[in-house]
Design a protein around this ligand. Structure first.
Ligand SMILES: Nc1ncnc2c1ncn2[C@@H]1O[C@H](COP(=O)(O)OP(=O)(O)OP(=O)(O)O)[C@@H](O)[C@H]1O
Length: 570
């Protein structure tokens, strides 16, 4: 029973490694020329090492044993030439290997970011930002062990083992056989340890993600933690995850170190055994001193790659855990994507129709939107209101297809949103969410983000319309002032105005603003509403708000309650 379980675990483990490698292969393929060149150069360097050991034996027998200095120069020169060639090949091989695995990691990182760009809000709600960050950092580094440099190192270590074993067998097959008795023992040792390292590495990666999530939250909510007196609580959270990380790391470290130490001990025992037998062979005249030294040299070189292979097998076990975490991101299902026959509308007028649209979140008992139907028309300002949690923001996410409804249709100028490409839809519809973040750049860069060809007069006019101009001139460097991460150097209302200006500059036919007047004083809010009214003459404007004063300026009012649109007076 126990044997079968161990076997199936081993199969499961190698299956996992194979699956991760198979999935990562497309990322290595474009650079396989570099990987192969690196492996070949490193093989040349291994071959050179083998030759130098053999030359050392010749030098010993021909020059050193007889004290014949005139016979020293030949083998010594050959040794030097081979050593220089081997060193050059090793240098170039390692450089190419670093270049190839660096490119592989860059491609993988970009693919991961591209995946983030198509994943739904539900994904980001499920995985903390800090945890995602560690996948871009330490998990990627670990994967390099598996799919990048690791493979080249395995190839060269295996060749090293083959070369040195072959050389040892050529020299004295019986002594080589004795030396090779260590191999099965070493293999069994490494196999046992790898499984444990993989489990520890998995725990370590998960704990690393949790640690990063705590740190990220403590940075982004620093003021909240301070003012709510939660520092000690956060300290304990960090410590708890830190202890889990430390324990897992210690296990991994202990196992890896035990592997290295036991391998060295095994090597010593077998080298001593070979030397013992070898010295007896010399005394009987069946072996020269040079022959024995060469043989010991081969063994020294042989155990190096064998040990390296063991270490690599162990670290590949650890890298599989990271590979799995990267694949979890890369292969996470994309809920919303372009249909194969998706097209672009010729010219968008901006009429939006919700036709019996229903949305139910996975764990919810009732739908948040239940057969909701309404029309937004170009040239009209519509206000959508309703209690907190009524589903207003959900409607805005549907409009740009951050998610799709469970049933019903949403049409833009008569086209089902699902028949349009996401890019064309998102050019036609701009949503300013309640918490539209700003970026760590200048005010100007934030305003023109995504609209690089906006002219200066356009930017300034939009900034005036959104009420940005009033505070921009008071900033230390005007529009060139840096706003800090997330725009922290601005007030909440100022950030909101920048987000609105950025959206207005996109000049899209449908404009949706979620709580645009939140955090604005009455005068600024009034000016903003006036601007929106003006904009609505040329496009479709939907304002989501609790502020019913805005209803006075609206052409129509939609009220959402209990998943239903209860009234829509003109
Ligand atoms: N990704 C999600 N998974 C599960 N439930 C969700 C998700 N997003 C929103 N909800 C739930 O759907 C409901 C509607 O949320 P929504 O943000 O649309 O409300 P809202 O009307 O905009 O509220 P508010 O006025 O407070 O901003 C809420 O009960 C919310 O908890």
């Amino acid at each position: 029973m126990g044997g079968r379980r161990a076997g199936s675990t081993g199969t499961h483990r190698s299956g996992r490694i194979a699956r991760v490698l198979r999935r990562l292969r497309p990322f290595a393929r474009p650079h396989q020329g570099l990987f192969v060149a690196a492996a070949l150069l490193l093989l040349v360097s291994t071959a050179a090492q083998t030759t130098t050991v053999w030359l050392f034996g010749r030098l010993t027998d021909e020059a050193l044993v007889h004290g014949a200095t005139h016979r020293f120069l030949g083998p010594a020169t050959a040794w030097l030439v081979v050593a220089v060639a081997g060193a050059a090949a090793s240098y170039a091989g390692h450089l190419l290997q670093a270049r190839a695995s660096g490119r592989l990691l860059a491609d993988l990182r970009e693919a991961m970011l591209a995946r983030l760009h198509v994943l739904s809000p539900a994904f980001f709600a499920a995985i903390p930002a800090g945890d995602l960050l560690t996948r871009f950092d330490s998990d990627l580094d670990a994967v390099d062990e598996l799919a990048g440099s690791g493979l080249v190192e395995i190839a060269t270590a295996v060749t090293g083992v083959i070369c040195f074993t072959a050389a040892a067998f050529l020299l004295r097959w019986d002594l080589a056989l004795l030396a090779c008795a260590a191999a099965p023992l070493y293999w069994l040792l490494t196999r046992r340890l790898t499984a444990r390292v993989q489990i520890a590495a998995e725990r370590q990666r998960v704990a690393e993600g949790q640690l990063a999530a705590v740190v990220e939250e403590n940075i982004s909510a620093a003021a909240l933690v301070q003012t709510h007196g939660m520092a000690a609580h956060e300290h304990r959270r960090l410590r708890r995850h830190g202890v889990a990380w430390f324990d897992a790391r210690l296990v991994a470290y202990r196992v890896a170190t035990a592997n290295a130490v036991l391998a060295t001990l095994l090597e010593t025992v077998f080298v001593l055994a070979v030397l013992g037998v070898g010295s007896w062979e010399i005394s009987t005249g069946r072996l020269t001193l040079g022959g024995l030294l060469s043989f010991a040299g081969f063994l020294g070189y042989l155990y190096g790659p064998v040990q390296e292979l063991g270490t690599l097998v162990v670290s590949i076990g650890a890298a599989t855990a990271s590979g799995d975490r990267i694949l979890e991101l890369l292969d996470h299902p994309v809920e919303v994507r372009d249909a194969p026959d998706a097209g672009e509308p010729h010219r968008v007028h901006g009429q939006v129709r919700f036709d019996r649209v229903s949305v139910r979140f996975p764990a919810a008992s009732t739908p948040v939107l239940d057969q909701v139907s309404f029309v937004l028309r170009p040239g009209q300002l519509t206000v959508l209101t309703g209690g907190s949690g009524a589903g207003k923001s959900t409607i805005t996410t549907l409009l740009v297809r951050l998610r799709d409804p469970n049933s019903g249709h949403i049409l833009l100028d008569g086209y089902d949103l699902r028949s349009l490409t996401l890019a064309s839809l998102r050019r036609a519809v701009t949503v300013v969410a309640q918490d539209s973040p700003l970026l760590d750049g200048t005010l100007w860069a934030n305003l023109t983000w995504g609209i690089p060809d906006a002219t200066e007069p356009q930017v300034l006019a939009t900034a005036r319309a959104a009420g940005v101009d009033t505070f921009a001139r008071a900033l230390p460097n005007g529009y060139d002032s840096h706003l800090g991460q997330g725009g922290r150097l601005l007030s909440g209302g100022q950030r909101r105005r920048v987000a609105i200006a950025r959206a207005l500059l996109r000049d899209s036919p449908v404009l949706v603003l979620d709580e645009p007047t939140a955090g604005l004083d009455d005068r600024t809010a009034e000016r903003l509403v006036h601007t929106l009214r003006g904009l609505a003459a040329l496009r479709t404007v939907l304002v989501v708000t609790h502020d019913l004063r805005l209803a006075a300026d609206a052409d129509s009012l939609l009220v959402l309650d209990g998943g239903h649109l209860t009234s829509s007076p003109a």
